[in-house]
Design a protein. Structure first.
Length: 570
């Protein structure tokens, strides 16, 4: 029997699920508890599957679990949602009071250009459409992860819609400043929609609030060939509009100087990046494919692999896994195919780089040293696009390349690479379940607290995430550029995992954690970061789950947008 590490048990809870992009057979009958877990979806107790029963089906497929009835019984009891009394009837849950929407509009300018609010137009709240219960029930994974959005979905204001009121205003917001206005966010109902016209150096741009998440958040320019592009992200409960400089997410590194340290950048990343396939919800961490992640700005991949033939030096097969489980129920997925996707993207976008953090996982008797041999001999050869120098590079050194962060030990011959300094950025001594730790190499500072055992731990996790963002934001390189590489100072990557999970609790599986962590992080970046004005304001590397669900890239836009501060100081 393969032993589970604390990390493996915390990260993986085997439950059958359905990929949002890969519909499968009709779902099983539902239990009332499963429907309550769907967080506000239409209640239809005959069509939505019970996650605990699906867990038992999946667990039973493993002989060492099936042979242990006590484990099955324990799982049936412990896999209840938070607040459950083990399956006994508890009565209907009392509805929570909705949080009041802030009365007045706040605007934060996170760009290097002064902006002025010129026009406010008000539109009545649209009638809420009736939901199609049958459509909702077809795809359980999509249903239960709808709350992973950073903002509630709204439709765009129709082109022919007429405002019931409009107001000419003149509210100036300086670069990197916040203006609390006396403009009411609503006059009749907190469901009203606003259309705001903002001017920058004579150019006018429009944004709707709340920003429709079904379309790009880029503001609509009202002039041909505009010099500026802006992105608006609206925090509805706070009536807070954050304005960022828009970036071409497919090639956002193009605008940055070659001599910028890679660790000075604000970089979006994904946790267990290739886990977008049909898989148990505890194994699946992503809504979209690695290709779509790259095209929408993600530049850090967290990947776990298992050598398939560790004893045969001629074979290069590395299975993609999450803990002891394969990442797909439809067959093995391989690192070679993932790297083909990466190489094709970098060929099309030579201005970009991708950081890959690799860790060995999966069942069997393979070793770190065997993984290092396979990777060196079959993938990261000296003539390849891999950057394996054990120091943090500048962006210019690694454009079009893959930067290796290794969470594994290396065989003896690789310790002598790069004039005896080793091979790859060394993160092999990764502190377990830590809110803050520095790897002994001094190149990587991590926040990777994942043991969310109770709901209150989610708030603790949010606190640890924001504290790590603060640590990164206070750094000054200066201006992101290392002028004297021999001064002995370390300028580490600040890697910040937004992921967490617990093997036994339905309420702490990856999509449930993301449903709280992702919106909380967007809110923090839009309204509070940085808490201190010094430094480059870099977010570091934010490693996320479930980004891009239904086209919602708000969190990625926030992270990439923070690079405007660094760029303006350069």
């Amino acid at each position: 029997m393969t032993a589970f590490s604390r990390r493996e048990c915390a990260e993986t809870s085997p439950t059958l699920g359905t990929a949002a992009e890969n519909p499968v057979r009709a779902p099983l009958p539902a239990s009332p508890r499963a429907v309550e877990e769907s967080q506000g979806a239409i209640r239809n107790r005959s069509q939505i599957p019970d996650p605990t029963e699906q867990n038992l089906i999946f667990l039973a497929s493993f002989p060492y679990i099936r042979a242990a009835p006590v484990v099955m019984a324990m799982f049936r009891f412990l896999a209840q949602p938070f607040g459950s009394n083990g399956g006994a009837a508890t009565g209907p849950t009392k509805p929570k009071k909705s949080k009041m929407v802030a009365e007045h509009l706040t605007i934060r300018n996170l760009t290097p250009t002064p902006i002025e609010l010129k026009l406010v137009e008000r539109f009545s709240a649209p009638d809420a459409p009736l939901a199609d219960v049958g459509t909702l029930a077809k795809n359980f994974t999509r249903l239960v992860t709808n709350t992973t959005r950073t903002n509630n979905p709204v439709d765009a204001i129709a082109n022919d819609a007429k405002p019931f009121a409009h107001e000419d205003v003149n509210v100036r917001v300086e670069p990197w400043a916040t203006a609390q206005t006396d403009i009411r966010a609503f006059t009749k109902s907190d469901k009203e929609r606003l259309r705001l016209t903002i001017e920058a150096e004579g150019e006018r741009h429009q944004v709707q609030t709340p920003v429709p998440t079904t379309e790009s958040a880029t503001m609509r320019a009202l002039t041909d060939k505009p010099r500026f592009q802006f992105t608006g992200i609206y925090i509805t409960p706070e009536s807070h509009l954050a304005v960022f400089s828009s970036a071409n997410l497919q090639a956002w590194m193009r605008e940055l100087r070659d001599d910028t340290l890679l660790s000075a950048l604000s970089i979006p990343g994904t946790h267990n990046s290739p886990t977008c396939h049909v898989a148990p919800p505890s194994v699946r961490c992503q809504a979209v494919s690695p290709r779509k992640q790259l095209e929408n700005g993600v530049r850090f991949f967290d990947i776990r692999v298992q050598p398939q033939f560790p004893e045969d030096p001629a074979k290069d097969q590395l299975l993609l896994v999450h803990s002891v489980f394969p990442i797909s129920l439809t067959g093995n997925k391989y690192f070679r195919d993932l790297m083909q996707t990466v190489n094709e993207f970098l060929d099309r976008n030579p201005s970009e780089t991708l950081i890959i953090s690799l860790k060995r996982e999966g069942p069997g008797t393979h070793t770190d040293e065997q993984l290092s041999r396979i990777l060196r001999d079959h993938y990261a050869r000296p003539d390849s696009r891999w950057y394996t120098d054990p120091k943090i590079p500048t962006l210019g050194e690694v454009r079009g390349k893959v930067v290796l962060i290794r969470r594994f030990n290396i065989e003896e011959r690789l310790k002598h690479e790069h004039n005896g300094r080793g091979w790859g950025l060394d993160a092999s001594a990764w502190a377990d379940n830590t809110p803050h730790a520095m790897c002994p190499s001094g190149e990587i500072c991590i926040q990777d607290f994942y043991e969310v055992l109770e709901t209150q731990n989610i708030n603790k996790k949010i606190q640890y995430v924001t504290e790590q963002i603060c640590r990164s934001g206070e750094q000054c390189y200066p201006y992101g550029i290392l002028k004297n590489p021999d001064d002995g100072k370390r300028h580490p990557f600040y890697i910040n995992f937004l992921s967490a999970s617990n093997f036994w609790k339905v309420g702490t599986w990856p999509e449930k954690i993301a449903a709280k962590l992702n919106p909380a992080t967007v809110d923090y970046l839009c309204r509070k970061h940085p808490e201190k004005q010094d430094g480059d304001w870099s977010t570091g590397i934010l490693v996320m789950d479930w980004v891009g669900l239904d086209g919602d890239w708000d969190l990625v836009r926030c992270v990439v947008g923070m690079n405007s501060r660094l760029k303006s100081r350069q």
